[in-house]
Ligand binder design. Sequence first.
Ligand code: 5GP
Ligand code: ZN
Length: 135
Amino acid sequence: MENCIFCKIIKGEIPCTKIYEDSKVLAFLDIGPVNKGHTLVVPKEHHETLLDMPDDLLAGVAKATKKIAKAVKEGMKVNGFNVLQSNYRVSGQIVPHYHVHIIPRLETDGLKHWSQGKYGDGEAEGTAEKIKKAL
Ligand code: 5GP
Ligand code: ZN
């Protein structure tokens, strides 16, 4: 994709701080880390969202994510990490090239997960039905 920033990184047209590479996947440090060591795992082929990813490539990215997450945890000497993946602009996806964030977490980083709501009477069942009908 001509104007895709991650495709440009993959082609070597824009520099990155590389962490890992294989035939299908490139991983590099996020330029704006949530915490130091924040790494992006990116398929070399351009696909926009999870729903566009071929299953075998998705499996390759998942396998690489596990390997790199272990290295991030050990290398950065942290006790945990988040794996985050956003789809479509409404979710906060800024770069429309599928990617997985590995975010090292510190006890002191002060980050909070999103707030949670609750279901009213019967609402969970109706909600589940909507999703199950679309499967
Ligand atoms: P998204 O919100 O799309 O899931 O996250 C995109 C991520 O890509 C952001 O965290 C942003 O800091 C990172 N990013 C955007 N442009 C570049 C770049 O040119 N180089 C690197 N290394 N990271 C980038
Ligand atoms: Zn791309």
